[in-house]
Design a protein. Structure first.
Length: 202
């Protein structure tokens, strides 16, 4: 397996772990009362901690891999330099090779940072590719249909004369009408049990 493919694979792992972290946060804060009611706080905490630990481990591995190409390039450069010096000593051509060695060392030291940056950018691209693909997929969600009619959100969301109850003796929403325009910001305020969450779920 090549280094590029390996970096791409750990990038996929990282994106999946980040997804689990975000999902855990959303589930915790979105269903906090149910978690407390069912005594699942510890499970939610352990799930978040496990995903965070795995994500940090992946990030540490990637940080180590980022410095690997520079070390390999330095090793190759110095190996070539030492090989040329040994050849020059064995063939008694040290004076002929000194200017060439100096020129090689100077050029190599100048070009090494640029090569390292190019490799680093390529590695970053492969590492983040899965996350970018996930964002792209989320922005290109297929429009759902009702029969053959596409369900779109062009102007507003309208609730017209909606009533709802869990218990027939206690109505949560009674003849509720509401219109929310596209790009509008709306705050729903009310006492506990007044039906705010029920309204949003509807």
């Amino acid at each position: 397996m090549t280094l590029t493919r390996y970096i791409r694979d750990i990038g996929i792992f990282k994106a999946n772990f980040l997804g689990k972290i975000l999902r855990s946060i959303n589930e915790t804060f979105g269903n906090f009362k149910m978690l407390r009611f069912s005594c699942q706080e510890q499970f939610s905490h352990d799930q978040f901690l496990r995903s965070s630990t795995d994500c940090n481990l992946i990030q540490t591995i990637y940080g180590d891999l980022q410095s690997l190409p520079r070390f390999l390039l330095e090793f190759i450069g110095f190996t070539i330099l030492i090989s040329v010096v040994l050849y020059a000593v064995l063939t008694s051509q040290v004076t002929d090779f000194i200017p060439k060695l100096l020129l090689f060392a100077i050029r190599f030291s100048r070009i090494l940072p640029s090569i390292s940056r190019i490799i680093g950018i390529n590695n970053d691209f492969n590492y983040q590719k899965k996350a970018v693909d996930m964002v792209y997929d989320s922005l290109n969600i297929k429009i759902e249909t009702e029969g053959e009619t596409p369900i779109t959100f062009d102007r507003d969301i309208t609730i017209d004369s909606v009533s709802f109850y869990y218990d027939p003796a206690k109505t949560v929403l009674s003849d509720m009408s509401l219109t929310i325009g596209k790009n509008d910001k709306l705050g729903i305020i009310g006492e506990s049990g007044a039906g705010k969450s029920t309204l949003i779920d509807i």
